[in-house]
Write a protein that binds this ligand. Structure first.
Ligand code: NAP
Length: 311
């Protein structure tokens, strides 16, 4: 059976899950979705997906993707004895999980899935909802190679790049490393922008130079409207970033690797939550850096782009 003919289930329609599931619908897969807050499924239905009333309604799908918040949430949707996908009468052939979760949780679910004859594949991602919509998502994945070959076309249709890093939980680690860099980079950017602010240099000018230099990157361009115009509409929340720092620092302790900058950044992310930004974008790290310097920032109302709008 070709990948395109396989039936698909999708669990979790948050900032990431909804646009990712929509991509599979758009390229022609038969997709059935489920979300804890049922109302979030309506836009997917409008695009052609069907809806399951329970997680287990998706058990008859050949491949089920999941995209939920944290390790405990993934364990709940997969392994809960009453409602879990992998604990009912029927189970899907393959589960592909895109959430950012711990190695331990991933391994536990892989083992439970194997006992039921389900192949479990890890495919965490880099990008935000708008990145997904623009077709620029990157996926890092791990699991057995045969399963990779079966799901590769589906995963490729989620974005622009797929990096297969081997068997087991390797992709979980690579994704966690990625998010440590994400937080540290954003914190460093925040600090220099506040330094410039105090010296009277516009954030737009600093970002423009960085974006056009070797220090700039696709990500600095993404975050330019946030940094310049204080657009903190959430793409990724500090709560989720703190979770990833905690996963990374647990790895650091396990391997006895000192990570002083990572530790410090984790606490700054925590202080952004303490300052009430838990529902905002994690780029509110800029506001914490400003507050620490006694500076009040205002939008520069500049004509800047995140680089994601269609040309
Ligand atoms: P989000 O917008 O907060 O959505 C979370 C999703 O998980 C929602 O569908 C939520 O259902 C569901 N969920 C949470 N706990 C659940 C539970 N116990 N049982 C069932 N469903 C549950 O988060 P997101 O930004 O989409 O992130 C999802 C995952 O992707 C996280 O692991 C995150 O770290 C990772 N990630 C995010 C980004 C990003 O830029 N946002 C990028 C890469 C990876 P409800 O709608 O009912 O709350």
């Amino acid at each position: 059976m070709s990948s395109q003919q396989m039936t698909v289930g999708w669990i979790g329609l948050g900032n990431m899950g909804a646009p990712l599931a929509a991509r599979l619908v758009k390229v022609g897969y038969d997709v059935q979705v489920w979300n804890r807050t049922a109302a979030k499924a309506q836009p997917l239905v409008d695009e052609g997906a069907s809806v399951g009333e329970t997680v287990r309604d998706l058990a008859h799908r050949e491949v089920v993707f999941s995209m939920v918040s944290a390790s405990k949430d993934l364990e709940q949707v997969m392994l809960d004895p009453e409602v879990g996908l992998l604990t009912g009468e029927s189970v899907p052939k393959i589960v592909v999980d895109c959430s950012t979760v711990s190695v331990e949780t991933s391994k536990k679910i892989r083992e439970a899935a194997a006992e039921r004859g389900t192949r479990f594949f890890a495919a965490p991602v880099s990008g935000n909802g708008k990145v997904v919509a623009a077709g620029k998502l990157s996926v890092v994945c791990s699991g057995d190679e045969e399963t990779f070959q079966l799901v590769q076309p589906m995963i490729e249709s989620l974005g622009r790049s797929v990096t297969y890093v081997g068997d087991g939980e390797a992709a979980r680690l690579v994704k966690i490393y990625h998010n440590l860099l994400l937080g540290i980079y954003t914190q460093a950017l925040s600090e220099i922008l506040v330094l410039g602010e105090k010296a009277g240099v516009k954030r737009e000018a600093v970002m423009d130079f960085i974006n056009n230099s070797v220090m700039g990157c696709i990500f600095s361009q993404y975050k330019t409207p946030a940094m310049v115009n204080l657009d903190f509409h959430p793409t990724f929340t500090p709560i989720l970033l703190r979770k990833d720092f905690d996963l990374g620092l647990a790895e650091a302790r396990k391997h006895e690797v000192p990570m002083p900058i990572t530790n410090m950044t984790r606490d700054i992310v925590e202080s952004s939550i303490g300052h009430g930004h838990e529902q905002d974008d994690f780029a509110t790290l800029l506001l914490i850096a400003a507050a620490n310097a006694g500076v009040e920032l205002h939008s520069e109302n500049a004509d800047v782009t995140d680089g994601l709008d269609p040309q």
